[in-house]
Design a protein around this ligand. Structure first.
Ligand code: GTP
Ligand code: MG
Length: 205
């Protein structure tokens, strides 16, 4: 993305959201699917979003923006990347899990400047029941989303096209789903150029 990105705000609940301004794209998915790692890989800054082996690392909506946007021709459009707490992690204290889940669902349903949600799916696990619940919510709220497969370095390379086809088949009747799937590995760099291009296209539409 051609310039340094900076963290501007961690949002623990809907009351603390920044005023609606530039368009946002958000990264949603089950705990540990690789949301924060993917943001770091996209911007090429290892330590920007905090990652962890332990699920439940990201506990707020974390806003990242390009530093020093100039507005010059050829510069990035103003935008924010939003790293989200994961869903589906039952090991943390129940009141935390409930608060994150409420925040994730309220934000996805109710943010006017949210242009697209990237719903991350672990290549080894495919779409799970709680992913389907999130997709149902996005379809109902008519919030545009695209599926991104993560950690493709963890499965056989030959299995990737089949996984893409199977996943497409599962979402093809979903009204708000973008009918194209991006397969990524933050570790190896696969799919990152495609995802950057998809984000820029979405933001500039
Ligand atoms: P929460 O914030 O807890 O919901 O997790 P998250 O979705 O932000 O996941 P995070 O980026 O913290 O990554 C979870 C674990 O998966 C870390 O140990 C990462 O190193 C690992 N991981 C993330 N992306 C990849 C990938 O592309 N390949 C491999 N092999 N591991 C990855
Ligand atoms: Mg995270």
């Amino acid at each position: 993305f051609g310039r340094p990105w900076i963290f501007i705000r961690g949002v623990p609940s809907m009351d603390f959201l920044p005023p609606e301004g530039p368009l946002e794209v958000a990264f949603a998915g089950r705990s540990n699917v690789g949301k924060s790692s993917l943001i770091n890989a996209l911007v090429g800054q290892r330590g920007l979003a905090r990652t962890s082996n332990t699920p439940g690392r990201t506990q707020e909506l974390n806003y990242f923006v390009p530093d020093g946007y100039s507005g010059a021709a050829g510069d990035l459009p103003p935008m924010a990347l939003v790293d989200m707490p994961g869903y589906g992690y039952a090991q943390a204290p129940k009141e935390h899990v409930d608060a994150w889940t409420r925040l994730v669902f309220d934000y996805l349903r109710g943010r006017a400047t949210l242009k697209r949600v990237y719903v991350l799916i672990d290549s080894r696990h495919g779409i799970k029941k709680n992913d389907d619940e999130v997709l149902d919510l996005l379809d109902k709220a008519a919030v545009s989303y695209q599926i991104v497969l993560t950690k493709t370095d963890k499965i056989k390379e030959a299995g990737v096209p089949r996984l893409i086809a199977e996943t497409l088949e599962k979402i093809k009747k979903r009204p708000a789903a973008y009918p194209f799937i991006i397969a990524t590995s933050s570790e190896k760099g696969n799919g990152l150029d495609d995802l950057r291009a998809a984000i820029l296209e979405t933001i500039s539409q």
